[in-house]
Design a protein around this ligand. Structure first.
Ligand SMILES: [Zn+2]
Length: 169
């Protein structure tokens, strides 16, 4: 779980049953904000209460891994704490034949923003957001291997392999 905005945590109420052997990884800072910090209940945060309750129901079980910082999950997959957009967003580093690529979620709104050092309008900490740009750019083999989640170019600039699915690397 890269972060717990409604459009990313949404559907969580179905996931434990749909993926009965899955462990869900989220940064502890992210989890604590959405589940335990009263500020997250303010209207600006657009909560998905059903999904967040499903997340909270996993606390204390082996199905929920609360990560503190950067951690290898399995060989070739690592999560890196990259806050700013939210308090504990994490980007996912993936070893590929072209080098280290990132599934960077909402690290930036679109790739152009990352390239030009711009931010979107949704962040909880601007300075952390820019520091996270630097961190992930330094770890990726190329800026072209950082993929952000809301960029329409993900569907137009890469080869289509199935309906609504493109090959990024
Ligand atoms: Zn988001």
């Amino acid at each position: 779980m890269t972060h717990m905005h409604f459009d990313h945590v949404g559907g969580m109420e179905m996931f434990p049953a749909a993926f009965p052997k899955a462990t869900f990884y989220v940064q502890k800072k992210e989890y604590d904000f959405w589940i335990k910090n009263p500020f997250s209940k303010r209207a600006q945060f657009n909560r998905d209460e059903v999904a967040l309750k499903a997340m909270a129901d996993l606390e204390g079980t082996d199905r929920l891994a609360l990560i503190c910082g950067d951690q290898k999950i399995i060989p070739g997959i690592e999560v890196l704490l990259a806050p700013g957009h939210t308090p504990g967003l994490q980007a996912v580093a993936v070893n590929t034949a072209k080098g280290t690529a990132f599934v960077a979620s909402d690290l930036s709104p679109i790739h152009r923003a990352l390239r030009e050092d711009l931010t979107g309008s949704v962040y909880t900490d601007l300075i952390s957001s820019l520091a996270s740009y630097d961190k992930i750019k330094a770890r990726a083999t190329s800026i072209d291997l950082i993929f952000v989640g809301h960029d329409a170019k993900l569907f137009t600039d890469f080869p289509k392999v199935a309906e609504d699915i493109t090959r990024l690397v």
